[in-house]
Design a binder for this molecule. Structure first.
Ligand code: F6P
Length: 360
C-alpha cells in the first residue's frame, strides 16, 4: 500500500472533553510526518458533499488543547448504512456517497474518533475498503478493550464536585439528596463519583435495585445519627423487575433518551422514609468544559498512536489504553459490546464493605 499523505479526521456521537486534544495530537503528529490532515465536519455528514472539510495544520489547532466540545462538530444522525440520501444521481445509500467522496477528496485514510455507535459504523466502512483507525471516546467509559476513554475522568471530576456541594445542603437540611448522573448502560460514572464523593447509595444499570433496601440503609444512617444521605443514580439504573426510565422513544438516531430515574428514586425514598428529599440531574454539564489533565494526556496519547498506526498501515484497529501502554486492538473485537462494571470489581466491593448500598 502506498504511504498515506492525506488523512481525514472526524468526530462522531456525543461530545466528550478531550476531543480537541485528540484532533490537535493527530494534526501535529501527522504534519511532522509529512501527512496533510483534512478536518471533516459533523461526523460522516461532512463526507456527503464537497465543502464540508478543511485543511488542518498546526496553526489551526493552536489553543484547542484545553477546549471542550469538538472544533469539527459532531452529529448523531444514525447509521449511514441504514440511511438513504438523495443526490444528483438519485436516491442512494448514504454509505455509498461517503465512500465515493472519500476517494473524490483524495483521502488515503481516516481517523474516526467516536463512541460505540461511531466505531461500529467505522468498522463497516473499514470492511467496505476504507483504511481507518478508531479512537474511543465516551464519558460513560463503557467501550470494550480500553481501560479508559478520555472524557470519563473529567465527567467523574465534575460529578464529584457536584456531590461535594450537595453534601452541604443535605447536611444543613437533614435531607436526602438524589443525584442523577450519565451512564446509559454502565455505571462507571456513578460508581467512581459516588465513591469519590462519599455517597451512601449508588444505583447502577448493572445491579437492578430494590428501593426498600436503599430506604432501610437511609433509616439506619438516621438511627446512627447521620441525619442526611446522598444517593447517586446512573441514568440507566432501574428497579428490580423494572426497566430504565425513558424521556422519549422517538429520536432521529433511534437511540432512546434516558432520564427521570433520579426523580422516581427521590419520590420513592420520600414515601418510604418520610424524609425530605430533593433530586438533581447533572445531565450535559458532565460533558462540557475543560478536560482534566488526565484526559488531555490520554487524548494526546491516543492521537499520537492513531497517526503511528496510520503510518504503518495498521488499519481496522482502535487505539486503546492498557496501562501503562497505548496499544492497538482490532475494531472487530470491540464493537457491538459494552464494558460493564463487574459485580466483583474491587471498588464496588470496597464500597459495599464500607456500608454503601447498591440496593441489592
Ligand atoms: O454516551 C454518552 C452519553 O452522554 C450518555 O451518558 C447519555 O445517555 C447520552 O450520551 C446522551 O446523548 P444525547 O446528548 O445525544 O442526548
Amino acid at each position: 500500500m502506498p504511504p498515506v499523505t492525506r488523512l481525514g479526521i472526524l468526530t462522531g456521537g456525543g461530545d466528550a472533553p478531550g476531543l480537541n486534544a485528540v484532533i490537535r495530537a493527530v494534526v501535529k503528529s501527522a504534519f511532522n510526518s509529512g501527512i496533510e490532515c483534512l478536518g471533516i465536519e459533523d461526523s460522516f455528514d461532512g463526507l456527503l458533499e464537497p465543502g464540508r472539510s478543511r485543511v488542518l495544520g498546526p496553526r489551526e489547532v493552536t489553543g484547542i488543547l484545553r477546549l471542550g466540545g469538538t472544533i469539527l462538530g459532531t452529529i448523531n444522525r444514525g447509521n449511514p448504512y441504514d440511511l438513504p440520501i438523495s443526490t444528483s444521481d438519485g436516491i442512494k445509500p448514504y454509505s455509498e456517497r461517503v465512500i465515493e467522496m472519500f476517494h473524490e477528496m483524495g483521502l488515503h485514510a481516516l481517523v474516526v474518533i467516536g463512541g460505540d455507535g461511531t466505531l461500529a459504523i467505522a468498522h463497516q466502512f473499514f470492511q467496505a475498503g476504507i483504511p481507518l483507525v478508531g479512537v474511543p471516546k465516551t464519558i460513560d467509559n463503557d467501550i470494550v478493550g480500553t481501560t479508559n476513554c478520555f472524557g470519563f475522568d473529567t465527567a467523574v471530576d465534575f460529578a464529584t464536585d457536584a456531590i461535594d456541594r450537595l453534601h452541604t445542603t443535605a447536611e444543613a437540611h437533614h435531607r436526602v439528596m438524589v443525584v442523577e448522573v450519565m451512564g446509559r448502560y454502565a455505571g462507571w460514572i456513578a460508581l467512581y463519583a459516588g465513591v469519590a464523593g462519599g455517597a451512601d447509595a449508588i444505583l447502577i444499570p448493572e445491579i437492578p435495585f430494590d428501593l426498600a433496601i436503599v430506604a432501610e440503609r437511609l433509616r439506619e444512617r438516621d438511627r446512627l445519627g447521620a441525619k442526611f444521605s446522598i444517593v447517586v443514580v446512573a441514568e440507566g439504573a432501574f428497579p428490580r423487575g423494572g426497566t430504565p426510565s425513558l424521556l422519549d422513544r422517538e429520536r432521529h438516531d433511534r437511540v432512546e433518551r434516558l432520564g427521570g430515574i433520579g426523580a422516581l428514586v427521590c419520590e420513592g425514598l420520600a414515601r418510604e422514609t418520610g424524609k425530605e428529599t430533593r433530586s438533581v440531574v447533572l445531565g450535559h454539564l458532565q460533558r462540557g468544559g475543560t478536560p482534566t489533565s488526565f484526559d488531555r494526556l490520554l487524548a494526546t496519547r491516543f492521537g499520537g498512536k492513531a497517526v503511528e498506526l496510520v503510518r504503518c498501515g495498521a488499519f481496522g484497529t482502535m487505539v486503546a489504553f492498557a496501562p501503562p501502554d497505548i496499544i492497538a486492538r482490532p475494531l472487530k473485537d470491540v464493537v457491538g459490546k459494552t464494558k460493564n462494571v463487574p459485580r466483583d470489581f474491587d471498588l464496588l466491593q470496597t464500597a459495599k464493605s464500607m456500608g454503601v448500598t447498591f440496593g441489592d
